[in-house]
Design a binder for this molecule. Sequence first.
Ligand code: SF4
Length: 368
Amino acid sequence: MPPAETSTASARTDPPTARWWQAQPDGKILCTLCPRYCRMADGQAGFCFIRQNHGGKLVQLGYGRSTGFAIDPIEKKPLNHFFPGTPVLSFGTAGCNLGCKFCQNWDISKAKLDEQGLRRNTPADVVDLAIAQGAPSIAYTYNDPVIWAEYVVDIAREARRRGVANVLVTAGYVTDEARPELYADADAANVDLKAFTEDFYRKTTASHLEPVLETLKWIRHKSSTWLEVTTLLIPGHNDGEDELRRMTAWFAANLGPDVPLHFTAFHPDFKMTDIPATPPETLRRARAIARAAGLRYVYVGNVHDEDGQTTTCARCARPLIGRDWYAITHFALKDGACAHCGHPLPGRFGAAPVALRSGFRRLRVSLS
Ligand code: SF4
């Protein structure tokens, strides 16, 4: 299918002043958006590259600047209990506040803005594009939306006002201070739980586990955002039986049995090209451990496994939503409940989905 041509306006030239920072007595700026708490002298950028001290004020270099738009199936985020089978307008900016050695989007996350052919789009442009493409939701994805939170917040507010939903795909590495505003208009989130040891977080992602656990609990209990969680299983690094048992026990106790958990397959990338791809058997074993811990909706991803990707009714055990990778193969939900026995399925559901067997489309967005 040829890419869609869409025209957008270019409205901003100067980076706007960021939120979530404090001037320090020594003239530096302390960024309080994520638990990294970068301190920046004049002219310096933070770890994420896109927040910078400009003459004593923090600016947001990512505002209005996308690395490109795509229409993805919502299952690719992955979200399995949020308007299944619908398209989602997906985009990101540049940079990241984590330093994952296995990053699967490292060309974006490690880019500085001047290395990318970045386009400028106002919040209204992005919502216009979603509506023009028939996408009922917008995903802030590809790089972590935490670091461009000002732009996310403005687009999400405009999207909600115009009836378009918002989806955050994130590592959940954000401070208590910034979380409420970031999630104010978020309808759904998929949060990575990258492992269940501080050692892995520190050595392999250059971040810490505890703030991520706090974000997961906060979304589940203090927000109205629909939550799903993803763990990329990396052979020999975070797929041990004991770790998975501890992780899924914590998950059941703190998030409950109805939050979907996705175990996805790693492929060698970035600084971990010496690690083999995740065997399908590892995904199946992890899924069995999670189900034994009491989790009702556990999925495998990045592989063909219809059994491991199908949603079944928690009461009558019949299949409700069949999937093969991103394609919907079966749909037996009526008004968000099992079409056979009427038991409600946790999540957000609309009409029967349009199957997206053709994958996703890249959009070309021309500048005015
Ligand atoms: S958001 Fe960026 S600048 Fe701010 S603390 Fe985190 S990594 Fe540093």
